[in-house]
Write a protein that binds this ligand. Structure first.
Ligand code: NDP
Length: 283
């Protein structure tokens, strides 16, 4: 009997402080439902040990791994190549083994796009993104690749906001204004899609973006990256104003489904994965 009938195919997650990560439960539920003899293993890797961990994963036959903060950028020098959007955004959350080479991909923005396109095609649309961190970069690049007409960046800190707007203009040729986040910020009237890509709302259902809720109009699609709790204040305010709202939990499931497709070549059952994630998060 071949060795792989005894030993599962391995993928993992390299992060710091990852104990109890609900992603493990979600991905393993997807593997089990598909009848795959695969395991997803959490590995707590200190920044100083990242190079050794990447080499070790290859030596141990891993098929790939996810990277969480703080490894999403620093892993890049240890890889053999990057997919298109990962190269544009300069960050990797999924590494896949192709012909014994480690290739970095980024499924965060792709997961968001999958949730969004179920509701609206961003091609030709005017988008406002709050935030300019890793999630905002991933989302903005995918929206640019998908043909968004204008992507307005609104960020608390000027430096990160400037860098993201400049990336969109120079590498994707997108109209990308940077607006200062003034108190009680009013969303421009011609906006089709408004996205919270900040960490405001994480573990706090009442945390509020400093945005004038009256500037949310029923023609807008409003999305959040926050997966826990799913029904953030941003989502509740948007629904109260008649907007179509997209919660961040779907993005979290989708990024896992897309990563698993890179590793295994098949689509895992997203309903099973979502149910497992919700259970693990106690929702
Ligand atoms: P980063 O630390 O890279 O960026 C955080 C962003 O939030 C920055 O733009 C920061 O602004 C902004 N921010 C934080 N606090 C405030 C505040 N009080 N007021 C205004 N702006 C604020 O984090 P990530 O981009 O990696 O992650 C952001 C969120 O996205 C996290 O909560 C994470 O859980 C979620 N996420 C969800 C995913 C999903 O699949 N659903 C996938 C990836 C991330 P500044 O630059 O000024 O500091």
């Amino acid at each position: 009997m071949p060795l792989q009938d005894f030993c599962p195919q391995l993928v993992g997650s390299m992060s710091t402080g990852a104990a109890g990560n609900p992603t493990v439960t979600m991905i393993e539920a997807g593997f089990a439902a598909a009848g795959l003899h695969w395991r997803y293993v959490n590995m707590e890797v200190a920044p100083a040990d990242l190079a050794s961990a990447v080499k070790g994963a290859k030596a141990m036959g891993f098929r790939g791994f996810n990277c969480s903060l703080p490894h999403k950028v620093t892993v890049i020098p240890h890889l053999d190549g990057l997919g298109e959007s990962a190269a544009l955004m300069g960050a990797v959350n999924t590494v896949v083994r192709r012909e014994n080479k480690w290739i970095g991909e980024n499924t965060d923005g792709k997961g968001f796009l999958k949730s969004l396109t179920a509701v609206v095609d961003p091609k030709g649309k005017s988008v406002v993104i709050f935030g300019a961190g890793g999630a905002a970069r991933a989302i903005a690049v995918e929206l640019g690749l998908a043909g968004a007409h204008r992507i307005t960046i609104v960020n608390r800190g000027h430096q990160r906001g400037t860098e993201l707007a400049e990336l969109l203009r120079s590498k994707l040729n997108v109209d990308a204004p940077l607006l200062s986040w003034m108190p009680n910020f009013s969303i421009p009237k011609n906006t089709d899609i408004a996205v919270n890509a900040t960490s405001i709302g994480l573990y706090d259902a009442n945390a509020k973006l400093d945005v004038d809720a009256k500037s949310l109009t029923p023609n807008m699609v409003v999305a959040d990256v926050i997966g826990n709790p799913p029904r953030t204040r941003w989502i509740r305010d948007a629904e109260a104003r008649g907007c179509q709202a997209i919660v961040g939990l779907g993005m979290l499931v989708n990024q896992g489904v897309i990563a698993a497709r890179y590793w295994t070549g098949i689509d895992l059952d997203d309903d099973v994965m979502r149910a497992a994630l919700e259970k693990a998060l106690g929702l």
